[in-house]
Design a protein around this ligand. Structure first.
Ligand code: SF4
Length: 399
């Protein structure tokens, strides 16, 4: 039975290649980011808090934090990775502790509702034989008929209102628990953004859930039709567990782990370094050549003007020099262009230059068929532009 989870679908949306490595190739990863490690320890502590409460044991804050720190130490290993090098493991550990402390103080004595389930697995049919699975952090009954779906987040980013109201994860959970208990008149979705000491609530109408079903099926169809699973590089790559397998990052991860002497000898590193060096050399040489060519061109124009020649002969080639001065009329967008248009229209000559094509106007002016008074006024709009060119011909090519 094809089954998907919210995090599986999110992985595809974030990067199809990451999805392939995780869910199709099923590559097992030994390492874990410290953010996930800290999040798991905080979740465990809150699970313990509510599990103990179910049997009337209310942990003190100290007991809860002791449990958190013991779990941290018991599970800590070298496989936990810190991506943001400016922070230490202790910084993250303190952040987790602060999350728990704030939560404890905010909700003590935890009598806001009756806990129905903790770390509850859900599994429900979506459409067309597809199923969704997930795990709900906590399910609570409040006011005898309100079902609350609680989710703990230790992320350092607070979602916007729009993101909360369109969140797929808790909406899935709602679909998963609907109909489980009798006389439920309302289902509330509640996120605890622990690093912000903030609770956010939302809800879903039956129409919104139906729309989500359709959108999710569309996404699943896209995933199942994908044959390439192209990598999508982005800011989250640094946290991707599959960098060592991804074509975008594999080489980086490989060379990062080489000792310095081997790093500089590695074939890929050597090739890229040499390639960049040569490209840079070429760019600098081109710049030098261009500067020298410009100087010689100027010297050729000066020579041609000084000596009154337009062909200058070298040993095997001749340089044909052309220096022209052309009249230039304002183009569209030039503030003078409108005035010139009006002048020509008033003179009844508009049809001859139609839409004032400056090139056509220049030809008409050259012909000299317009009255000199009009020509003189038009000339006020005219500027002179010099155009110069050098054409090199092989001597034997000249007829
Ligand atoms: S490293 Fe980036 S591009 Fe590669 S699989 Fe991971 S998320 Fe995708």
């Amino acid at each position: 039975m094809p089954t998907y989870s919210h995090s599986q679908l999110s992985t595809y949306e974030n990067c199809p290649q990451q999805y392939k490595l995780a869910y199709i190739d099923r590559i097992k990863i030994e390492t874990e980011g410290i953010e996930a490690f800290m999040g798991t320890r905080v979740h465990e502590a809150l699970e313990k808090l509510y599990r103990d409460l179910k049997v009337t044991k209310l942990n003190t804050l100290d007991e809860l934090l002791t449990y958190y720190h013991q779990s941290w130490e018991k599970n800590w290993s070298e496989t936990v990775q810190i991506i943001r090098k400016e922070y230490s493991a202790e910084d993250y550990r303190r952040l987790g502790e602060r999350c728990l402390r704030d939560y404890y103080n905010r909700y003590f004595p935890f009598d806001q509702g009756k806990t129905l389930a903790l770390e509850e697995n859900i599994y429900f049919p979506l459409e067309e034989g597809y199923w969704i699975r997930g795990v709900i952090d906590r399910l609570t009954l409040s006011d005898h008929s309100v079902l609350e779906i609680h989710d703990y987040k230790t992320a350092n980013r607070l979602p916007t209102r729009a993101e909360v109201d369109s969140d797929r994860q808790l909406a899935f959970y709602q679909m998963g628990v609907e109909g489980r208990w009798k006389d439920i008149r309302e289902i509330r979705l509640i996120w605890h953004y622990l690093t912000f000491d903030l609770e956010i609530q939302s809800s879903r109408t039956p129409e919104e859930l139906q729309r989500l079903r359709a959108e999710t099926m569309e996404l699943i169809r896209r995933i199942e039709a994908d044959r390439e699973f192209l990598p999508r590089e982005g800011p989250l790559c640094d946290w991707c567990d599959f960098q060592g397998y991804c074509p975008k990052r594999k080489h980086l991860i490989f060379v990062e782990n080489l000792p310095p002497n081997e790093y500089l000898r590695e074939e890929g590193v050597t090739l890229v370094n040499r390639y960049v060096e040569l490209k840079e050399k070429k760019r600098m040489m081109n710049e030098e050549m261009d500067a020298e060519l410009a100087k010689i061109e100027e010297a050729l124009f000066a020579y041609a003007q000084r000596e009154g020649v337009d062909s200058i002969y070298g040993s095997d080639h001749v340089a044909k020099i052309k220096i022209e001065v052309k009249e230039k009329y304002p183009l569209k967008g030039d503030p003078n262009r409108k005035l010139l248009d009006e002048l020509i229209k008033k003179a009844g000559k508009w049809m001859e230059v139609s839409d004032l094509n400056p090139w056509m106007l220049a030809r008409v002016m050259e012909r000299g068929s317009w009255p000199s008074s009009l020509v003189n006024r038009i000339k006020e709009f005219c500027s002179l532009e010099q155009s110069r060119s050098i054409t090199i011909q092989k001597l034997k090519e000249i007829d």
